[in-house]
Each structure stands twice: as structure tokens, then as C-alpha cells.
Design a protein around this ligand. Structure first.
Ligand code: SAH
Length: 479
């Protein structure tokens, strides 16, 4: 037979209450059972023996069992058959008998014998995406599946269920196809989907009724997602952050957000940098608030993208209070904060049990913040300090800790550009901290880790260059 290049015909079959025969009772067969049962099929397994998990399904009454070697009469009444035995002869017999009776047959991992194939699937409730490579490259189909899996929010399942339930009302309200299409488009982009993402089913239903025009429109049209962009490495974004970036109309981002992260966002979104530089605040906090409000009220999907985590020294709290006060709906997506990222990428286990029982996140960006810290508490042993700070304040920081009794030999690791390709780590002891930072010209952004655990950066470093230590000159200076 000549190879026919015709593509397979995709089909979603209603198997509820329909008999499906699975030949084989081992692990391969077992994997085929779950999706068939989930689709409501009446599954019968034919095999001389059943492996324990399959036996359990039989004992629970969820599947039938035909004992013995395959015979064509097993196919009586079946709509589909799966041959999943490790015996090539049996598989061939199943395929031939099924063909003769015009029953669709899948022989696991045998393209030539199969009259249908199971695709790679992504499921979001009633919404399903099936991918086929025609059987030629299942790995390719699986790869695409994984990619799509990361991009499609789980809450699409709720949205799809709602649309299935309400299709009668939608049709009655919008009898014309063009109108219905427009309606669906606004649903996907608007507050209904947004409320489902926030796991607010009631709010979603309200928004849906409003969209159908059967309830007064809610005032909160636009919404803002406050999203943590992590420390720089795009691989440290969360899936939810990635999905929101893909859907955003407007992205208000800090200067700290790395280009690699921005490159993952929707291309035709408006990117607005609202970063604040230490001295030169080029968009004030009030300016940021005003921008969020303006774009949300215009019905745009706004992502407020912040370095690290939005709630850790990021003024995310103030931004949410502002949105709350103005009745704008919001959601928050955590990000990997600099302390966790820098520790991981510098090989510093923050609470290694031999050295520390607690870790403190603190900020010491300016002289005022230095003066208000509780130095006695900070100087205590057996704790790790993770300090978000400008490099300028290091000498004052050291002096106060020493004055309150922290050991001058306490190790530190200063991580510049943590998780980014240009990451540098400087290590030494508390006494030498400002000198070493100056000698290596450490720049912002940098995070200071102070405590016994910091010494582990030397043996445990794995990312980028080895930690920089004291040069002969610094040691001489300290002596
Ligand atoms: N919300 C952010 C912190 C904002 S404050 C977070 O959760 O990470 C800014 C400070 O964070 C910088 O001065 C620096 O101390 C630290 N920081 C942020 N990203 C960093 C990075 N990639 N490497 C080192 N320090 C970083």
C-alpha cells in the first residue's frame, strides 16, 4: 500500500455508557484506562491476568474483566478497542478482528496497526486541546503539550464549564453568530476570566450576568495584577506571572526587572518603565498610582511588574491600598525575592541547621532606615541577615553591628546581580565588609547575606564565577 500523506481526521468522541475493550492487563493497559473511565466509557479489560492496580479497579466495580486469551467475540458491542498487550501476535489479531467489524482500534505504539490514535492532550475541564503529529513524532506533540500546558491558566476549566452550562442563555441573548463571537471575545479578555483566575466564582458569575446584559454592569471594569518578576533569571518567573505577561495590554515595570523577563511578555503590550533610581525618581509613587488607575479604568489588562516579590520591600502594599481605595479589582502574584534567589544562586543555605535558626529580611537603604533598626536584636548569633541595601551604607551597617557585639569574624556574602549572567559574589568577614565591597567595586543591585552560613558560598558555589575574596592588599590593610 502506498504511503498516504493525508492527515488524520481529529475527533472528540462521546464515550459515555459505551463499551470499550482494552486488551491487556499490565502497566501499559492501566495507563489507557484512566482517560477512558474519565470519559464515562464502560470499560472491559480482557487479559489472562490483571496487575494489582487494574485488579483493584475491577474489584471496585469500575471495569469489567474477560479472563483468558483474546478472542474476536470479546469485541461484541464494543465501540472502540485498545490493544495493549506485550504480545505482537495478539495485538495483530485484535487489530484484524476490529478492522473486520469496523471498530476503531488503537494498538499501543504501533502506527501501522492502529486505525485511531490518542493525541497528546491538555485538559481544562470541558475544554480540551489535542495534539497529533500523525504518529510520526509523538515526542514533538508532547513537547508542544508541555509548552501549552504552562501557558494556559487552570481557571480556563471554570470558564469553559460556565460557557457549557450557560450556552442556552448566551444563544438566546445573542442569536446572531457575529454578535456571539464578539461576546465571547470580551468574555475571554475581561473581568469574567479575571475573576475566575482570582478563584472568585461568585464574582465571575456576576460579571458574566453583567456581560450578558442581565445585571447592571459592575463598576470595576479594569483590573491590575501586581506581579513579582523575580530577581532576573527569566526561569524563576512563576507560570502565573508568565500567563499574565502574555495577556497584558499595559506593563508598568520597575527598572530592576530584567530584559530577559520583559522579552517573555506580549509583544504588542505597552511597556512603561516606572523605575525609581536611587537619586533620580523619574516616576513618583503617586505617578505610578495614577498610571495604574488610568489604564485600568480604560478597561486595559494592567500588569504592575516588580522586581523580586511585590510585597518584599517593593511598596506593593501601598499600591494595593491605593487600588482598593479606588475600587479597582486586583490580584497579586508572588515572585522570588532577592534574598531567596541570591542565597540559592550563591550556594548559601539561609537556615542551614548547623549555623542558623532564623533568617531576617531587612532593608537599610538610607541613613534613616539605619537609625531605626533594632541593632541589639540584629547582632545576635545563630541568625542570618539578608539585607536589601545600597552599597553606600555598608560601613555604617558594619559599625553598628560591631558596636552591638556581633563578632568581627562573622562571614558575609555580598551578591551583586544575583541570578543574572553577570552575577558576582564577594565573601569575607564583617570587619572587612566595606573595604572589600569598595575594592571589588560592588554595584547595585546587591544583597548582603551575613551570618555563619555565608561561609558556605565558597564550597557550595555553582553559578557563575567563584566568590571573590580578600586580595593581598586588603588583608594588609586590615592588619
Ligand atoms: N521587591 C524586591 C526588592 C526591592 S528593593 C525583591 O523582593 O527582591 C531593591 C533591593 O533588592 C536592591 O537594592 C537589592 O538589595 C535587592 N535586589 C533586587 N534584585 C537583586 C538581584 N538580582 N541581586 C541582588 N540584589 C537584588
Amino acid at each position: 500500500m502506498a504511503q498516504d500523506p493525508a492527515p488524520l481526521f481529529p475527533l472528540f468522541a462521546d464515550l459515555r455508557g459505551r463499551r470499550v475493550l482494552v486488551v491487556g492487563g499490565g502497566a501499559v493497559a492501566r495507563r489507557k484506562l484512566e482517560p477512558l473511565l474519565a470519559a464515562g466509557a464502560q470499560v472491559v479489560v480482557g487479559a489472562p491476568w490483571l496487575e494489582p492496580a487494574v485488579m483493584e479497579l475491577f474489584v471496585e466495580g469500575r471495569i469489567g474483566h474477560l479472563a483468558g486469551r483474546f478472542e474476536p467475540a470479546w469485541l461484541d458491542g464494543a465501540w472502540l478497542v485498545v490493544a495493549a498487550t506485550d504480545d505482537g501476535d495478539v495485538n495483530r489479531e485484535v487489530a484484524a478482528a476490529a478492522e473486520a467489524r469496523r471498530i476503531w482500534a488503537n494498538v499501543v505504539d504501533d502506527l501501522a496497526l492502529s486505525s485511531y490514535q490518542s493525541p497528546a492532550r491538555i485538559e481544562r475541564g470541558p475544554l480540551q486541546i489535542a495534539i497529533s503529529s500523525g504518529g510520526g513524532a509523538p515526542m514533538l506533540a508532547r513537547h508542544l503539550r508541555e509548552k501549552l500546558e504552562t501557558e494556559l491558566d487552570e481557571s480556563l476549566a471554570d470558564l469553559a464549564s460556565l460557557l457549557l452550562r450557560e450556552r442556552g442563555r448566551i444563544r438566546a441573548r445573542h442569536p446572531r453568530l457575529a454578535e456571539r463571537r464578539r461576546f465571547f471575545e470580551t468574555l475571554l479578555a475581561g473581568p469574567v476570566a479575571e475573576r475566575f483566575r482570582a478563584r472568585d466564582a461568585e464574582g465571575a458569575l456576576r460579571a458574566f450576568n453583567a456581560a450578558l446584559g442581565e445585571a447592571p454592569p459592575s463598576r470595576d471594569i479594569g483590573s491590575v495584577a501586581l506581579v513579582g518578576a523575580g530577581p532576573g533569571d527569566p526561569g524563576l518567573l512563576t507560570l502565573r506571572a508568565l500567563r499574565l505577561l502574555n495577556q497584558a495590554d499595559v506593563i508598568l515595570h520597575d527598572r530592576l526587572v530584567s530584559p530577559g523577563v520583559l522579552a517573555l511578555a506580549r509583544r504588542d503590550a505597552d511597556f512603561i518603565e516606572v523605575g525609581k533610581q536611587a537619586a533620580n525618581h523619574h516616576v513618583s509613587q503617586d505617578g505610578i498610582h495614577a498610571l495604574m488607575l488610568e489604564h485600568a479604568r480604560a478597561g486595559r489588562r494592567v500588569v504592575r511588574l516588580k522586581g523580586g516579590d511585590p510585597f518584599v520591600f517593593g511598596r506593593g502594599g501601598e499600591e494595593l491600598e491605593f487600588l482598593h481605595a479606588h475600587g479597582v479589582a486586583f490580584e497579586v502574584v508572588p515572585g522570588i525575592t532577592a534574598a531567596l534567589a541570591c542565597a540559592a544562586y550563591a550556594g548559601v543555605p539561609l537556615t542551614h541547621r548547623d549555623h542558623a535558626q532564623s533568617v531576617r529580611l531587612l532593608t537599610a537603604h538610607c541613613k534613616d532606615s539605619l537609625d531605626t533598626l533594632d541593632w541589639r536584636a540584629l547582632a545576635q548569633e545563630k541568625q542570618t541577615l539578608a539585607v536589601y541595601m545600597g552599597v553606600a551604607g555598608l560601613a555604617g551597617f558594619r559599625d553598628r553591628l560591631l558596636a552591638h557585639g556581633r563578632d568581627a569574624g562573622t562571614p558575609f556574602a555580598l551578591v551583586e546581580n544575583g541570578s543574572r549572567p553577570e552575577q558576582r559574589v564577594v565573601t569575607g568577614t564583617l570587619a572587612e565588609l566595606p573595604t572589600l565591597a569598595a575594592q571589588h567595586a560592588v554595584q547595585s543591585p546587591a544583597l548582603l547575606i551575613l551570618g555563619e552560613v555565608a561561609a558556605l558560598a565558597t564550597p557550595l558555589h555553582w553559578f557563575g564565577a567563584a566568590p571573590l575574596g580578600a586580595s593581598a592588599e586588603v588583608i594588609a590593610h586590615a592588619a
